[in-house]
Every structure is written in C-alpha cells, then in structure tokens.
Design a protein around this ligand. Structure first.
Ligand SMILES: *Cc1c(COP(=O)(O)O)cnc(C)c1O
Length: 497
C-alpha cells in the first residue's frame, strides 16, 4: 500500500517518498513524516536468515513505496558493498553483558555511513523518477561525522554537488582532516566561525529562502539535504535495529518475541528516532534509552516535558552529540501530539522565538517507552577505561556515553533485558580522547602515533579511512563567518549576484 509523506507543520501537502527525499525539508520548514507507520510483513524467523542487504529491502520497501523493487534493490546493492570492511555490515559484539551494534564499518568509520552510503543512490533515483533536470546541490551542516560521510557518498556522483559546513573549532583533528582532504570536483568544504547549531540554522535558512531557490533554478540547480532531516536517511537507519534483533534471535541470545532494550548516543535525534520507528513497525523493543553528553537538553526534556535550548553550549569529547536543537525530535513531537501538525507547528514556533516549549501531560504519557540519561566527561572517560581494563574492547567516546548511561540505568532499575548499544563510531576517529581516557601518558603523543598505539593495545587493524588521511594533501581551506554561508555557496556554484 502506498505511503505518502506530509510536513510535521502542515498536513495538507502530501508527497511521495521520492519527492520527500528530493526536497529534504518541507516548504514550511517542517520535516516529512509518513502518514502512517507500516508493519513488518516478514517474520523474525525469516529475517534471522537474511543478509543485511535482504533485511534492508524488507524494511525499506514498506516506507519507500514509490520505488520499484528493482530500483530499491539496485540502490541497496550499490550502498552496502565492499565499502564496508565486514560482510555483516553491522556486526554485534558482546562485552560485559551488552551487545554493541558496530555501525562504523563503512568508508568513514562512523554510523552516518549506514545511511549516507545509500542516500546518493536514493536521491539520483528519485530525481530520475520525478524528471528533475537541475543538478542537485546537497547542502549539509555537520557536527563532524555527517560531513565526511556525505562527501564520501556524493563525491563524483553525476548530477550532484555537495557543500559541507562544519564548526571550524568544534570537530576532532581526525574529523577535520578527513573532510578537508576530500577529493572530487563536485565537493566543497567550509569551516564556519560558529558552532553546529549555527551551521544547521544557516543551512535551514538557505533551504527556506524562496529567492535563493529561484536564483538556483535559473542557474540549473536545486538544493537537497543529506542531514538526518531527510527521510532518505532516516529510513535506512531503521534497518540495523531489525537486523540486530534478527541476529540475536539467530544466535540464540533471545527467543522470538522477547523484548530488547536499545541505547542510543544521541545528538540530532535521528538514530534513536529510527529505533522508535522500528518499534512502531513491530520490533519488540521495551525501552528506548536516549543517552546525552553534558549538552543534556534531551535528558531534561524526557524528565520534565520541557525542551529548553537556552543554555551554555558545551564542547565535549563526543562532538557529534554537541547539539542543543535536536532536529528530529520534531518528528517525535508530531507523532506524540497524535500526528497533529498544528499543535507541533505551535511548539516549534515557540522554540524558534523563545527557545523553549513544553508538551502536555497527554503527550508526556506517550513517552513512557523512552528513558533519558547523560554522562559527564569524567564518566565517559571512566566508562572507556573500565570496559577496556575488564575486556580489552575499546569503544569511542560517543559509544561510551551510551554505555555509561546504560550502566546507570541498570543500576537504577535492575532491568536485565538484553540490551543493544548503538556503537556509532570507531575509536580510531576520536583517538586522542579515547587513549587519554585509558591512560593520561598518551597525551604526549602525536595524532598518528596514537593511532598506531590504539591499534596495538586494542588489537585491531588501523581502518582504511585513517590510513588514507595520514599523508593526504589538504584540498579545502575555506573559512567563513556564519552570515557569509550563502555567499560561499554562490561562489562555489559560480552564481553571480
Ligand atoms: C551523528 C552521531 C551521533 C548522533 O546521532 P543522531 O542521529 O544525530 O542523534 C552519535 N555518535 C556519532 C559518532 C555520530 O556521528
């Protein structure tokens, strides 16, 4: 059955999945949501024997209903191939009684690859289906990982160009090096003198600027988004939760129908929202545990029902979660308001004008499946060290936030439900913070010395993504103020005016 998408702020305009992917953001600034959430139509027993690619098809076909079977299968095959360094694509590793779902085996070693390796294919297919003549310009704000994953996904893809804005002083050295060494004539990387929220707001403003859109069109271009506001990113992220459950079942860790908990280190709320969709599609998830770092706006929201972004922005060792405006939370708000676009629009307006909104007690009741937690920088480091000392397994700082929150949760509740922790980045991406957590002596070493040392103590090979940038030349050195973002885009596209 066909599923159409509408904006979280206006129920009247309905578009197909491919149109929603092309647009990224709705015209009214809202996010596209499916009119209903479909149910999985294969059994977990069947899923248990499927590959990642087969699972992806079974999940994605239910939501991207205007793609033909051939189109979707082609996109999936092109995305989940040897770019990933393990055949399972998303392996599960057990450590200290929890299952780490390693989502970092793609080309840029963070979980963003899970969706951004397929988004370019979904987008190009969508453009073809809708007879789009313009080149698609992907506009992306990144807190560090999306940028590189999007660049890698779109580099040299015909009919597309990609511009990435990142906070010049808010990403790890490895993250920055990965981005500024990106090859491809259609890529453009800019550091901004501001934080991620400012980058994201700047990008959203360009999307909503009707005059800019007209100017772009006159020059044969149109914008789309690779940020997790694009439904083409959200849908592929549902897959790995279903896959993880099926693998637990296959390995005899759970019985069919058993519930599991899921812990997700959260920033923009895309990854955990995918888990929420998975649950609503019939995956037996008991608790959705939302883990924050010291930017704990979501923890406060789940505990009080009040979202308040008016607070200090803290730079932490888990930079991809340094976010105060979690864009995808808007989709959850819309759903718990009973798919009420007007109600959601009013709350988002309040957020825009005052930085605060509060949900009703009715809406709060619908959040019972969620649990919010956060860790301090000290807890995060201690979690890495304790796990390493006990098992030899090394996790990155983001994953450690989730693991730390899970430890607190277990202590508080005594809940022994089998639990999957989304492991969102390779420790090689945040080497300095990870190694310092294990032993302060490492702080004296250089970035790549640390990489080799981590490989030694963790007994894992240095990933290709890191080998590549050791000697790669810097190809992008653009820096701008927040207000100059539109001009940077025009410069790159050689648009006069
Ligand atoms: C993006 C990212 C997150 C946060 O994911 P959201 O979908 O934005 O909540 C967590 N960890 C890592 C390593 C990331 O790159």
């Amino acid at each position: 059955m066909e599923i159409l998408y509408s904006s979280t702020r206006n129920a009247s305009e309905k578009v197909t999945a491919s149109q929603a992917i092309l647009k990224g953001l709705a015209d009214d600034g809202g996010l596209f949501v499916p009119e209903r959430i479909p149910t999985l139509d294969v059994s977990f027993k069947e899923l248990a024997d499927m590959t990642y690619q087969q699972t992806a098809y079974e999940v994605m076909k239910l939501l991207l209903t205007d793609f033909t079977e051939e189109e979707l299968k082609t996109c999936i095959e092109r995305a989940y191939d040897s770019k990933f360094d393990v055949e399972e694509i998303a392996p599960l590793v057990e450590a200290q009684g929890a299952y780490y779902l390693e989502l970092f085996h793609g080309s840029t070693i963070a979980f963003k690859d899970m969706a951004l390796s397929i988004l370019p294919h979904l987008l190009i297919t969508s453009a073809r289906k809708n007879q789009v003549k313009n080149d698609i310009v992907i506009l992306t704000a990144t807190s560090g990982d999306t940028g590189k994953a999007a660049l890698a996904g779109f580099a040299d893809v015909k009919g597309t160009k990609i511009v990435v804005f990142y906070p010049k002083h808010g990403v790890s050295p490895i993250q920055e090096k990965q981005m500024v060494t990106q090859k491809g004539d259609n890529t453009y990387v800019v550091g901004i003198e501001g934080n991620f929220d400012q980058a994201q707001t700047g990008v959203k403003q360009m999307f909503n600027d009707k005059e800019f859109a007209k100017l772009m069109d006159e020059n044969g271009y149109q914008f789309s988004s690779a940020n997790s506001i694009n439904i083409g990113r959200l849908v592929p992220q549902i897959v790995y939760y279903v896959y993880a459950y099926a693998k637990l079942l296959k390995n005899g860790e759970i019985a069919e129908g058993d519930k599991i908990n899921v812990v997700v280190p959260t920033g923009n709320f895309g990854n955990i929202l995918a888990a929420y969709y998975a649950k609503n599609m019939g995956l037996p998830i008991q608790k959705l545990i939302c883990a924050s770092n010291e930017n704990k706006v979501l923890f406060d929201f789940f505990n009080t029902g009040k979202y308040d972004k008016n607070r200090e922005f803290i730079l932490t060792s888990s930079p991809s979660m340094d976010i105060l405006i979690s864009s995808n939370l808007e989709r959850l708000i819309y759903h718990i308001a009973g798919n009420d676009a007007d109600k959601n629009a009013a709350l988002m307006k309040a957020l825009n004008t005052t930085g605060v909104y509060e949900i009703t007690p009715d809406m709060r009741e619908k959040l019972a499946d969620f649990e919010g937690g956060y860790t301090s920088e000290e807890d995060t480091a201690k979690t890495i060290k304790d796990l390493y000392d006990a098992t030899g397994y090394v996790i990155d700082t983001h994953t450690a936030v989730a693991a730390g929150v899970y430890n607190q949760y277990k202590e508080k509740t005594g809940d022994t439900t089998k639990t999957v922790i989304a492991s969102t980045a390779s420790p090689f991406k945040f080497t300095r913070s990870v190694m310092n957590a294990i032993d302060k002596k490492y702080d004296a070493m250089g970035d790549f010395e640390l990489v080799d040392e981590l490989s030694k103590i963790g007994n894992v090979a240095v990933p290709n993504a890191i080998e590549e940038i050791r000697t790669a030349p810097v190809l992008h050195d653009h820096v701008c103020e927040v207000e100059e973002m539109p001009q940077m885009v025009k410069d790159f596209l050689q648009i006069k005016k």
